[in-house]
Write a protein that binds this ligand. Sequence first.
Ligand SMILES: N[C@@H](CCC(=O)N[C@@H](CS)C(=O)NCC(=O)O)C(=O)O
Length: 198
Amino acid sequence: MKLYDLDVSGNCYKVRLFAALAGINLELESVDVAAGEHKRSPLIDLNHWGQVPVLSDGEVVLRDSQAILVYLARQYGGNQWWPDGAAQQGEVMQWLSTAANEIHSGPNAARLIDKFGASLNKERALEVSTQVLSLIEQHLGKHKWLALGRPTIADCAVYPYIAVGWEGGVTLEQYPAIEAWVERIKALPGYISMPGID
Ligand SMILES: N[C@@H](CCC(=O)N[C@@H](CS)C(=O)NCC(=O)O)C(=O)O
């Protein structure tokens, strides 16, 4: 099973992190995004959106980190990471959407601007970051993990861009419950890091 990967991408790291925690073997194929490799054949034939990560597992080819997390967890991770029950799946899914929406347009966007020179609205990215981090802080003040009272793919999806948020000026000093959750994730068996996380 192959992951088309970029080391500094939080979206790719979501998948690498989950695979490491769940003991799933991934062959990493590094994509030279700076050289536009993801916009050319053969990558563009696998993912017309021209983005990483892309997972290739036999006949299955998937784009989007959230979708890949669901696939890997359901196919190889057992019930711990992606539950069977509809209500429980909904609970995890809420956080996958948070990762793809508010975390994407908040801490991720702020980092894209500061680290990679993206032409996005920094003020708006910081505003969204404050909103979403405040909500997550309230949640983690009452819960150890984002969903189901245990580590799930919800944590793997939301964690990366919060952990590297400082690269976009989004720091965690005002969010002690989030800081404690970050430490809990780092202490999980099998945990791996990415550039930008100490
Ligand atoms: N919704 C996608 C977003 C993927 C994405 O934004 N990938 C970035 C790297 S983090 C990328 O490939 N950027 C290069 C480009 O769009 O040209 C996911 O969650 O995987």
